[in-house]
Write a protein that binds this ligand. Structure first.
Ligand code: PEP
Ligand code: MN
Length: 363
C-alpha cells in the first residue's frame, strides 16, 4: 500500500472548476472541416457545454483511416474559442503537436491511449511541456492495455515536468475479437488509480469505451455513480457523415437527451447515516480478519500434521468439497457464487503457500 501522496500540489483541472460538479467535455472525434467544427461547437455552446473537444491529429490504427486535418484544425478551434468562449481540447502525440497546440492557445491537451502506452512519446511530450512552462491542462487516457503502472508512469512523467493541471481518463482496454464494448471498461483499474493517486481527477470516456451510441448513457451513468469527476463524450453535428468513429458519435440532440437523463450524485458530503454504516462495515472487517487469522492458524496446524505424516499439501477432493459447499451456501444467502469462488480460491492459495513453506522448513 502506498501512503505517500504521488501528486502533491495539483491545481484544479481548469481555473474555472471547483470540483463540485462533474466536468463535461464534448465534441467530435475529429475536426473535419472548419464548417463542421464550428457548427458542432455552436450547437454544444447553446446547450451550455463549456469544454469542446476535437482531434486534429488522429492516431489511427489503420493507415487507410481518416487521420484528421492536421495543424490547420487548430485554427478552427481558435475560432470556436473566440466565437463561443468555450475552452478547447485536442490530442497530442508528439513534441511538435504540443508546440503547435500551445502556440494556438489550446486550453486542454489529452494524451491518447496508444500514446500513453509509449513512454518515449510521453517523455517527449513532458519535456516539451517543461520547456514551455505552460499552465495548460493535460489529460492522460489509460493505455490500450490494462497496465496501471504505465498509466501512472505517464502521469508521473508529466508531473515531474511541472504539469499541475493533471487528470486521467478511463476509456477502457482493447482486446482481440468482437465484444459488447469496443474497449472493455475495467473499473477496478481506475479505482486503484484513485487509491494510489487520490487527488488526480478522473474522467470517463464512454464513447471510446462503448463504441456504440446506445452504450453512452449507461456507461456515463455508471461512471457518475462510481464518483468519476467527469465525462468526455463524442458529439458530431451530423454523425452519419462522420469521417471517424461514426458509430459512437451522438448528435447534439441525442447528447442533450443523454444529459437530461443523467443523475448526478453527491460526491463529497458523507452524511451521518453513511458514517454510521461505515463504522459497521469497519466492525465487519475487524471480525473478518480475526476469523481469517483463526483459519490460517488452523491451516498451519494441519500443515505441521501433514509434515509429520509426510503427506502432500493439496488434496483436490477436499478443496472441491469446500468450494462447492461454500458456493452453494453463498447462493442460498443471495450472494454471487462466483464471488464466493474467488474468495475461497484466494484463501486456499494462501493456505497452500503456508503449508508448502512448513513442509520445506528444515525443522
Ligand atoms: C480520441 O479521444 O479521439 C481517441 C483517439 O481516443 P483513444 O485514445 O481513447 O482511442
Ligand atoms: Mn474518436
Amino acid at each position: 500500500m502506498s501512503e505517500i501522496m504521488l501528486f502533491p500540489n495539483l491545481k484544479p483541472l481548469f481555473r474555472e472548476w471547483n470540483n463540485t460538479q462533474p466536468v463535461l467535455i464534448a465534441g467530435p472525434c475529429s475536426a473535419e472541416s472548419e464548417m463542421m467544427t464550428l457548427t458542432t461547437a455552436q450547437a454544444l455552446h447553446k446547450m451550455g457545454i463549456k469544454i469542446y473537444r476535437a482531434g486534429v491529429w488522429k492516431p489511427r490504427t489503420s493507415p487507410d483511416s481518416y487521420a484528421g486535418p492536421g495543424g490547420i484544425g487548430l485554427k478552427w478551434l481558435q475560432r470556436v474559442k473566440a466565437e463561443t468562449g468555450m475552452l478547447v481540447a485536442t490530442e497530442v502525440a508528439m513534441a511538435s503537436h504540443v508546440q503547435e497546440a500551445l502556440d494556438a492557445g489550446i486550453d486542454i491537451l489529452w494524451i491518447g491511449a496508444r500514446t500513453t502506452a509509449n513512454p518515449f512519446a510521453v517523455q517527449e511530450i513532458a519535456d516539451k511541456l517543461a520547456d514551455s512552462g505552460s499552465d495548460v491542462t493535460v489529460l492522460v487516457k489509460n493505455p490500450v492495455n490494462p497496465d496501471i503502472e504505465l498509466w501512472l508512469g505517464a502521469l508521473q512523467r508529466l508531473y515531474y515536468a511541472g504539469v499541475r493541471r493533471l487528470g486521467a481518463v478511463h476509456r477502457g482496454f482493447s482486446s482481440f475479437g468482437q465484444h459488447l464494448y469496443r474497449n472493455e471498461p475495467q473499473w477496478q483499474i481506475p479505482i486503484e488509480l484513485q487509491r494510489r493517486a487520490s487527488n488526480v481527477p478522473i474522467i470517463c470516456d464512454p464513447s471510446h469505451m462503448g463504441g456504440k451510441t446506445e452504450l453512452i448513457a449507461p456507461l456515463s451513468q455508471q461512471a457518475l455513480d462510481m464518483g468519476f469527476d467527469g465525462l468526455m463524450i463524442e458529439c458530431h453535428c451530423c454523425p452519419v457523415q462522420a469521417l471517424s468513429d461514426k458509430e459512437q458519435q451522438l448528435s447534439p440532440a441525442e447528447l442533450q437527451q443523454v444529459l437530461n437523463a443523467l443523475v448526478v450524485r453527491n460526491r463529497h458530503q458523507p452524511s451521518d447515516e453513511l458514517a454510521a454504516l461505515r463504522r459497521l462495515i469497519d466492525q465487519c472487517d475487524d471480525e473478518l480478519i480475526e476469523v481469517l487469522n483463526r483459519r490460517m492458524e488452523l491451516c498451519r496446524q494441519i500443515g505441521n500434521l501433514k509434515k509429520s505424516q509426510n503427506m502432500t499439501v493439496v488434496q483436490t477432493r477436499r478443496y472441491d468439497e469446500i468450494l462447492e459447499r461454500r458456493m452453494r451456501q453463498a447462493q442460498e444467502l443471495g450472494m454471487d457464487p462466483a464471488f464466493m469462488q474467488s474468495v475461497m480460491q484466494v484463501i486456499h492459495e494462501e493456505a497452500v503457500r503456508e503449508q508448502v513453506d512448513i513442509l520445506r522448513a528444515k525443522k
